[in-house]
Design a protein around this ligand. Structure first.
Ligand code: CO
Length: 260
């Protein structure tokens, strides 16, 4: 086995060359500063890389990843990243993104215990045990795991919203949106799970997380949204609505669809 990783250095040179060919100023811009609008809190899973799944270049998203995208409010690593992103970079959006089939979430519901990882996953394990009857009622083990992956996102957005860093930002009027998303490794599509939070009041108005276990939300992907819009446009073509001209319509931006 090779002791060095020359092939990775070679790939790096090829990447930098290609990047410069397609955009000669790219690295000059990168050297000046980073001004990302987004902070991504995701899983360490090698298949869920923020820039790739968002289609963003380097410099466009600030990233923190750990096993199962857990927000521990005593985690100095996460809190340092969060503070820097909120107070210095002044990101406008923080995305907690889980993924279906997460190995970390899967570990949280096994009986195996004793590794450092199990300490890390403790909040999720305790939540699963508390609601075990609800999860066990889901017969398909894949669906059961994926349901917990979804709830984990909900839980971590709430934990993020409870940190003094976020509370203080909202308190001083900073525009800051928290999002809960989930990614499917088998189709490459992101889905919006919520909650979407922009203030302490919105956070405090949420129903309890114990209630969320009983009321699954339908994750929304852009594909689904686009399909609904396309269907509405089609229905409009077939059955024109009196008084609604999509070309000049301010409510649907010329996209068609039923007038609200
Ligand atoms: Co994972």
């Amino acid at each position: 086995m090779s002791r060095t990783l020359d092939h990775l250095f070679d790939r790096n040179v090829a990447w930098a060359d290609a990047k410069t060919r397609e955009d000669p100023d790219f690295f000059r811009r990168m050297a000046e500063q980073q001004a990302p609008h987004y902070l991504w809190v995701g899983c360490s899973d090698s298949r869920v890389t923020a820039n790739d799944v968002l289609g963003l270049d380097p410099g466009e998203v600030f990233v923190h990843r750990n096993i199962a995208n857990i927000v521990h409010t005593s985690d100095l690593n996460l809190l340092s990243v969060l503070e820097y992103a909120v107070e210095h970079l002044e990101v406008q959006h923080i995305i907690v993104c889980g993924h279906y089939g997460c190995g970390g979430v899967s570990r949280a519901i096994t009986e195996r215990r004793g590794a450092m990882l199990d300490h890390w996953l403790q909040p999720l394990t305790m939540f699963y045990r508390k609601h075990r009857a609800v999860f066990d009622a889901i017969e398909d083990p894949v669906r059961r795991l994926n349901r917990l992956c979804e709830i984990n996102v909900e839980m971590q957005v709430r934990r993020l919203a409870a940190t003094p860093i976020i509370e203080n930002a909202w308190g001083r009027g900073q525009s800051l949106n928290l999002h809960g998303w989930i990614y499917a490794v088998d189709d490459g599509i992101l889905r919006d799970l919520g909650p979407h939070l922009t203030s302490v009041a919105e956070r405090d108005a949420l129903s309890s997380i114990d209630q969320c276990v009983l009321d699954p939300v339908e994750p929304q992907s852009a594909k689904r949204r686009q399909a609904i819009a396309a269907f509405s446009a089609l229905a409009l073509e077939e059955e024109p609505q009196p008084g609604h001209d999509p070309a000049g319509c301010v409510c649907c931006n010329g996209q068609g669809g039923p007038k609200p």
